[in-house]
Design a protein around this ligand. Structure first.
Ligand code: 6GU
Length: 225
C-alpha cells in the first residue's frame, strides 16, 4: 500500500507516522507513505495556497491550483485507486470502510484546512470524502493519520499475529471480549475461572458470549447494522 498525503502542515506528520506499527510496516517494505507540502506546488511568488472565498464570508479557502498541480505530478508516476478528501461532512469512517480501503494499492489523502477546499477540487479531483466523526477538527491532518493507521494495520504482514486484526472490536460488528493476564488474583480481584480452565472450546464460547453481552449493553446500535 502506498499513501501520498497532501497537506499544508507537513510537520504535523513527523511524530505519529514514525512510530511503532506504522514505522515497522514501512521498514518491512509493506507500506510507503510520502507527505507532500501543497505549498511546494504553488505558482505564486509567496507560495500561497489559500485565498478569499468568492462572494465573501469569513475564512480562507484552499485554492485548486496547487492541489491540482500536486495530484497531476503524482498521477504521472503511478495510477491511484482513490483520491480521498478528509472533511467533517464526508462519510463517517468505520471498520467496514477501513477494510475495503485496505485492499487498495495507491491512495492520495488530501487534508483540508481553513474553510475547506475549492468545491471544484471535490467535484473533479476527489473520488471519496471521509470524516472521522461528528465533531470539527482544525484540519484534516489528524483525520488522515487516523485513517492511515486504521488502514496500515490491516495490510497483510503488518501485524505480527496475523489473526489479531480479525479479533478486533468492530471486525464482526461485536465489541472485543475482556482480556486478563497474570496474576490470576490481585488484591482479591480474580480472573474468571473459565480462562484458567484450559478448555479451549469453552473459552471461545465464553468470549463470544461476552462479546455479545458487551455489545448489547454498550453499543446496541452495532447489532442493528
Ligand atoms: Cl476529516 N476533518 C476535520 N477538519 N474535522 C473533522 C474530520 C475531518 N472528521 C471529523 N472532524
Amino acid at each position: 500500500m502506498r499513501l501520498d498525503i497532501l497537506t499544508c502542515l507537513p510537520e504535523l506528520f513527523d511524530g505519529p507516522m514514525n512510530q511503532s506499527i506504522v514505522r515497522r510496516s514501512m521498514d518491512k517494505g509493506l507500506v510507503e507513505i510520502e507527505i507532500h507540502n501543497i505549498r511546494d506546488y504553488s505558482n505564486h511568488k509567496q507560495k500561497s495556497v489559500d485565498d478569499y472565498a468568492f462572494g465573501g464570508g469569513a475564512g480562507m479557502v484552499l485554492t485548486i491550483e496547487p492541489i491540482d498541480n500536486c495530484i497531476t505530478a503524482l498521477r504521472k508516476k503511478r495510477n491511484y485507486d482513490e483520491v480521498i478528501y478528509l472533511t467533517p461532512d464526508g462519510k463517517t469512517l468505520n471498520q467496514g470502510i477501513a477494510n475495503g480501503l485496505s485492499l487498495k494499492q495507491n491512495m492520495i489523502l488530501l487534508c483540508g484546512h481553513y474553510k475547506g477546499v475549492d468545491q471544484r477540487v471535490r467535484d473533479h479531483l476527489v473520488t471519496r470524502e471521509i470524516s472521522i466523526g461528528d465533531y470539527v477538527l482544525s484540519g484534516g491532518e489528524l483525520a488522515a493519520m487516523v485513517l492511515a493507521d486504521a488502514l496500515i494495520r490491516l495490510v497483510p504482514g503488518v501485524l505480527n499475529d496475523e489473526s489479531s486484526a480479525l479479533t478486533d472490536s468492530f471486525q464482526d460488528n461485536l465489541l472485543a471480549p475482556p482480556v486478563y493476564s497474570r496474576p490470576a488474583e490481585y488484591k482479591g480481584w480474580k480472573v474468571p475461572d473459565i480462562l484458567l480452565s484450559g478448555h479451549e472450546a469453552r473459552i471461545e464460547a465464553w468470549r463470544h458470549d461476552q462479546s455479545v453481552e458487551l455489545t448489547k449493553k454498550k453499543r446496541p446500535d452495532l447489532l442493528d447494522e
